[in-house]
Design a protein around this ligand. Structure first.
Ligand code: GDP
Length: 296
């Protein structure tokens, strides 16, 4: 089950509500106290939790809900709707540029799953009849270029590289020229990460972004790092500018704090999620389906 710790606690609270028939205001308040604790334990951002609970309470403590025949169900429905809104309401699609190739620039810290996600996204796009080219612009991490080439071979997508002695900006530009020459309508640039955010990294990413003007800058963050992932997203959003988030390793995340906070804190949508190490374990993010998966 996704985010099982959180899901189990919410289920227990909802079961109590459903079992009660008529509800009083204090029943709802008690349930909201439990939901609040469950969200905080799941490492959801404190302010996000506070706002969320206030919104649900405002809607749930009214005659229309409490007087209805199934007040418990109504409260659960409100929680579901607000949780969907919290994650962005509807699917945020990636866009394509009118002049080819469309350029996606992938950014993120080392170990977040960036290189893997480059391959997963290329594979998904290939299935949507695109002709992607991967560009290896991470010249610092040993083996990053080889790793991208291996992924490329597996999915039969070409990988452009120039070794690790050339400025990533020039690699990116040369890769785009190569794509034009070979009729690739989409390029995905794998950029360098670091273990921690630093100014040199941010400057390099900013330079690449300024030069190639990508259609989408997609930030890859590791869901299992919870609020750290959200802080990373805030920094990249402020310093480089991003268009969306790819949330990886959701399969190993028992808490869910990043998934539930990142949109509200950064105002940037989650566009894709990684659900495992395999190339196919990658999905478009649907806030409504995610809320239903969490709420059961
Ligand atoms: P990078 O340093 O950001 O390029 O990270 P990598 O792409 O090398 O990924 C780091 C590790 O995370 C690898 O062992 C990947 O197999 C693993 N990984 C990436 N995405 C996922 C995911 O969605 N789920 C799981 N379970 N592992 C993942």
């Amino acid at each position: 089950m996704l985010f099982e710790g959180l899901a189990e606690k919410l289920q227990a609270t909802f079961d109590k509500l459903k079992g009660k028939g008529k509800l009083t205001e204090s029943d709802v308040k008690e349930a909201m106290r439990e939901v609040k604790l469950a969200l905080l334990e799941a490492d959801v951002n404190f302010k996000v939790v506070k706002d969320f609970i206030n919104k649900v309470k405002e809607r749930a403590i009214g005659g229309e809900v409490l007087e209805s025949l199934t007040p418990g169900q109504q409260v659960i429905k409100i929680v579901n709707e607000e949780m969907t809104l919290l994650m962005g309401s509807s699917e945020s699609k990636v866009t394509f540029s009118s002049t080819l190739p469309t350029v996606y620039m992938m950014v993120g810290l080392q170990g977040s799953g960036k290189t893997t996600s480059c391959g997963k996204l290329a594979n998904m796009m290939k299935k949507q009849q695109k002709k992607p080219l991967l560009i290896a612009a991470d010249i610092y991490r040993p083996a990053a270029i080889e790793q991208l080439k291996t992924v490329g071979e597996k999915i039969d997508v070409p990988v452009f590289s120039m070794g690790n002695q050339i400025d990533p900006v020039n690699i990116a530009k040369a890769g785009i020229e190569e794509a034009k020459k070979n009729g690739n309508d989409l390029v995905i640039i794998d950029t360098a990460g670091r273990l921690h955010i630093d100014n040199v990294l941010m400057e390099e990413l900013q330079n690449i972004k300024n030069e190639v003007k990508p259609q989408e800058v997609l930030l890859v963050v590791d869901s299992m790092t919870g609020q750290d992932a959200v802080n990373v997203a805030e920094s990249f959003s402020n310093q480089v500018g991003i268009d969306g988030v790819i949330l990886t390793k959701l399969d190993g995340d028992t808490r869910g704090g990043a998934a539930l906070s990142v949109r509200a804190v950064t105002n940037k949508p989650i566009k894709f999620v990684g659900m495992g190490e395999k190339i196919e374990e990658f999905e478009t993010f649907h806030p409504d389906r995610m809320a239903s998966r969490i709420l059961g």
